[in-house]
Design a protein around this ligand. Structure first.
Ligand code: HXC
Length: 258
């Protein structure tokens, strides 16, 4: 596909999508979000791809939704267009692991987009924030919900009410990100994570992701039951037989995603 605001590349079994509007700090306009959705759906459907890395550039993962594009919109227009629903949620429908490699600013919709991904790896230069309150609005792509679940009420409330940014070290302490790595290595580290996932059983990986996500949507008892059924179902796969046989025979497993 031809894209104007993202760059896409395959590194082995890992797809890398780079947000590419550097002149606007990767502000997430409608066109960019359409292209991102299209790329995500394409890679999710491609059996050669095991995981997807989403990144920006060294200055910005994304500095938020495009303020200049939003500025003059009316209530009926944003309501009827389902702004930001349909264009922004594409990443939450991806079945494969999506890893955000965040360097520089991840603000507003940029922070929200990173939080929709399954794992966030932060460069030591990363800065996270929900500055919407400075614009007279509030987060609109899950920020008040996902940030609160990730880092707890006290810090989320402080950030959402004041717009204060969090640096990478604080984001790691607060469990917003999985790990902090030197900026120059953040994409390579994310790709390495994706490659590791690519050596594993794809059905097990997909259902593991689904089960963890279940923890956000349901009660403990229901979540545990969902997990148990999923665990049991994996005994129907050849990969379970192979994985356990390989352990018993002290050799490396060769998964066939079946
Ligand atoms: C549109 C943006 C933008 C944005 C930056 N730019 N962020 N354009 N929307 N969100 C543009 C600037 O206008 C400028 O364009 C160019 O990118 C470089 O930005 P500067 O401000 O000159 O860079 P700098 O001085 O380094 O400051 C960096 C910054 C600042 C602190 C990140 O750009 C900033 O505060 N940006 C807005 C952050 C924000 O409020 N995000 C939340 C948006 S609301 P020109 O043409 O002047 O060079 C949101 C709602 C989400 O995300 C809800 C769901 C969609």
């Amino acid at each position: 596909a031809e894209y104007s605001m993202i760059l896409t590349e395959r590194q082995g079994r890992v797809a890398v999508i780079r947000l590419n509007r550097p002149q606007a700090l990767n502000a997430l306009c409608d066109q960019l979000m359409e292209e991102l959705g299209q790329a995500l759906r394409g890679y999710d459907a491609d059996p050669e791809v095991a995981a997807i890395v989403l990144t920006g550039n060294e200055k910005a993962f994304a500095a938020g939704a495009d303020i200049k594009e939003m500025q003059s919109r009316s209530y009926p227009a944003v309501y009827l267009d389902d702004f930001i629903g349909k264009r922004w949620e594409a990443v939450t429908f991806v079945q494969k692991p999506v890893i955000a490699a965040v360097a520089g600013y991840a603000l507003g919709g940029g922070c929200e987009l990173a939080m929709m991904c399954d794992i966030i790896l932060a460069a030591d230069t990363a800065k996270f924030g929900q500055p919407e309150i400075n614009l007279g609005v509030i987060p609109g792509a899950g920020g008040t919900q996902r940030l609160t679940r990730a880092i707890g009420k006290a810090k989320a409330m402080e950030m959402v009410l004041t717009g204060r940014m969090m640096d990478a070290a604080e984001a790691e302490r607060a469990s917003l990100v999985a790990r902090v790595v030197p900026a120059a290595e953040v994409v390579a580290e994310a790709v390495k994570l994706g490659e590791k996932i690519g050596t594993l059983s794809a059905p097990a990986v997909a259902i593991a992701k689904e089960a963890v996500n279940r923890a956000y949507e349901t009660t403990l008892a229901e979540g545990v039951k969902f997990e148990r059924r999923a665990f049991q179902a994996l005994f129907a796969t050849a990969d379970q037989k192979e994985g356990m046989a390989a352990f018993a025979e002290k050799r490396k497993a060769r998964f066939t995603n079946s």
